[in-house]
Design a protein around this ligand. Structure first.
Ligand SMILES: O=C(CO)[C@H](O)[C@H](O)COP(=O)(O)O
Ligand SMILES: [Co+2]
Length: 226
């Protein structure tokens, strides 16, 4: 039985109200925050780094999920662990020795995840799957919030769930990019359990948006039980 989790992407938060928006999310029952770290090289944009994550850590005990969209993730893992991340996600496309990087994250006592860009094949994680806590399927080209979900990613989520059922049933499948009221049902039905959403959480009424995700998770759980 899957446990579903919403991880709001802070990229879409109001940075002048970050502390109070984090407190609000916690009061609404949110358990994790997704922190998008962009270096302007692996992806076109620059977001925020260790000092901001450190401040977030001081503010909250929520699970902090660090999505490293950087060219050389190995250079930054210790710094993000030190800053207070609970889980570190590296891109397969950015790691020359992916197994070494994953073992490093695990040796730090943190959850290890690998992200795949839309056009990157599942083959990139097939062999290492049993070593991972999570695989992140990017459903937009990384770099910006507010983009549209790429439809072919649904089949990729489905194929990853089938692969995980064979090799590592506890694997969490996170989907990131363009997940909103229109696309959520499709993503859940395909087998995702961990949902990142930025604009669909912070755009408009945050409490109503979080309630929408919570209700969808309840429906998915009920479907699984039936
Ligand atoms: O990693 C990301 C972009 O590279 C973000 O997590 C993602 O885009 C979330 O934003 P939205 O839900 O608005 O698509
Ligand atoms: Co992200």
């Amino acid at each position: 039985m899957k446990t579903y989790r919403l991880a709001p992407s802070l990229l879409s938060a109001d940075f002048t109200e970050l502390g109070s928006q984090i407190d609000l999310l916690k009061s609404l029952g949110v358990r994790a925050l997704h922190c998008d770290i962009m270096d302007g090289d692996f992806v076109p944009s620059i977001s925020f780094g260790m000092p901001v994550l450190k401040s977030i850590r001081k503010r909250t005990d929520l699970y902090l999920d660090a999505h490293l969209m950087v060219t050389e993730p190995d250079r930054y893992i210790d710094a993000f662990v030190e800053a207070g991340a609970d889980g570190i996600t590296v891109h397969a496309e950015a790691c020359r020795h992916l197994d070494r990087t994953v073992q490093h994250i695990k040796a730090c006592g943190k959850k290890a995840a690998v992200a795949l860009n839309p056009a990157t094949s599942l083959v990139a994680v097939e062999d290492i799957l049993p070593e991972l806590d999570m695989v992140l399927i990017m459903s937009v080209n990384p770099g910006f919030g507010g983009q549209s979900y790429i439809p072919y990613c649904t089949d990729k989520i489905r194929r990853l769930r089938a692969l995980a059922d064979q090799k590592h049933p506890e694997l969490s499948i996170q989907v990131d990019g363009g997940v909103n009221r229109k696309t959520l049902a499709e993503v859940l039905a395909a087998g995702a359990d961990d949902i990142v959403a930025g604009s669909a959480v912070f755009g408009g009424n945050i409490a109503e948006n979080v309630a929408f995700f919570r209700d969808a998770f309840r429906q998915a759980e009920a479907k699984e039980k039936a």
